[in-house]
Ligand binder design. Structure first.
Ligand SMILES: [Zn+2]
Length: 376
């Protein structure tokens, strides 16, 4: 697949001050069984933006004009090529495609955007090949449209897990530099007088004072599916209460290893508002599906992308596709900032933040999502 050969910038892979510390690797959940194709993102159908006076009589000409001008005539959605269970998202970026559908004069039209072969005309303009089909009459044509991303509600929901408080604090300026807001899902306990408790509490206050956000991630990082209900409560709700009493609030809960059962979402929602899993696949949420309050975030750790060029191409493609499809939020998660396996290197963070800004995506925290979409 030829993807964005036009943008591969030479980002140096530097080794990190923190070194390769391997701490409690998180397992990627097993992918659920396959079922037939499904639509993940649906943009509400709006009135066509072409004024009636200039509407060509021929429906195919009208459809072509709508696609080339990127009007709302076609309802865009993100679809699978392969058969994948909807909640499991997309295993490979090759499986993801954006299509648009429209009914014009009782004829069924479909446009398939070839985003993998898009190329940049200049910094903010892309040329995108597409295939337009009149499915009713079995007529089709290939053409290209010119598209420029504009600011809207499409965004990145970026988070980091566990207890790398010193390392995170050392690099926190990276986010200011790119005007980015992120969420740290912190693991640990601030009760008692230990140094660890003090470090954690200071970190939490730094995060909040700088406009970032916090989620909670248990005291001891257990697999919550395999402990007693008493232990479940003490690791989640009761543990978080100590933070609340200290004026430190959480807008979400991150399941250790991403592992959960359905009942946990309901049990935790009154306290944490949102719950978050974790997996290797890419998932796109829209303004409807994100209201569930439970979402699964894509792992962007170094171990998922041993090759730097693949990291950059995949990340850029995933974000580009979100932006082009519209009404879309993409959750990403990593851990430490380093060159360890379950971590992300600072140059990769920089690349991610810069690309998010270049494509005019918004940065969301879990608090932003809660305020905007979750009615609690
Ligand atoms: Zn974790």
């Amino acid at each position: 697949m030829k993807i964005f050969t036009w943008i591969i910038s030479a980002v140096l892979l530097v080794s990190c001050a923190t070194g390769a510390v391997l701490v409690e690797p998180e397992k990627v959940p097993v992918i659920t069984p396959e079922t037939p194709e499904t639509v993940i993102v649906i943009k509400p159908e709006a009135a066509p933006e072409i004024i009636p006076e200039i509407r060509p009589e021929d429906p195919f000409e009208y459809a072509l004009l709508g696609v080339k001008n990127n009007t709302a005539l076609f309802r865009k959605s993100i679809k699978n090529n392969a058969y994948i269970f909807p909640e499991s998202g997309f295993r490979s970026i090759d499986d993801i495609k954006v299509v648009g559908e429209a009914l014009i004069d009782e004829k069924e039209f479909r446009v398939t955007y070839n985003l993998a072969n898009a190329f940049s005309v200049d910094n903010n303009t892309f040329q995108i090949p597409f295939l337009l089909e009149n499915l009713t009459d079995n007529v089709s044509c290939n053409d290209e449209l010119v598209w420029s991303p504009a600011y809207d509600e499409v965004g990145l929901l970026l988070s980091f897990d566990d207890n790398y408080f010193d390392g995170w604090a050392r690099y926190i300026n990276i986010f200011d530099k790119h005007d980015a807001k992120v969420t740290f899902f912190v693991q640990g306990d601030i009760s008692g007088d230990s140094d660890d408790a003090a470090v954690m509490e200071i970190f939490c206050r730094i995060v909040l004072s700088r406009g970032h956000d916090l989620g909670y991630h248990t005291i001891n990082h257990p697999d919550l599916r395999s402990i007693s209900i008493d232990k479940f409560n003490s690791e989640t709700k009761e543990a978080a209460q100590v933070f609340f009493d200290a004026g430190i609030h959480f807008n979400a809960f991150g399941y250790p290893y991403g592992f959960s059962e359905d009942w946990m979402h309901e049990t935790l929602a009154p306290v944490f508002y949102m719950t978050r899993g974790y997996g290797s696949n890419t998932r796109y949420y829209n303004s409807q599906t994100i209201r569930n309050g439970y979402l699964v975030s894509k792992a962007i750790d170094n171990i998922m992308f041993p090759d730097n060029e693949k990291f950059e191409n995949d990340i850029r493609f995933i974000l580009f596709l979100a932006k082009f499809s519209g009404d879309c939020i993409v959750p990403f998660t990593s851990h430490e900032f380093s060159d360890a396996q379950w971590a992300i290197t600072p140059p990769r963070i920089e690349y991610l933040l810069k690309t998010t800004n270049d494509l005019k995506l918004k940065f969301y925290t879990y608090g932003d999502i809660r305020q905007k979409f979750i009615q609690q």
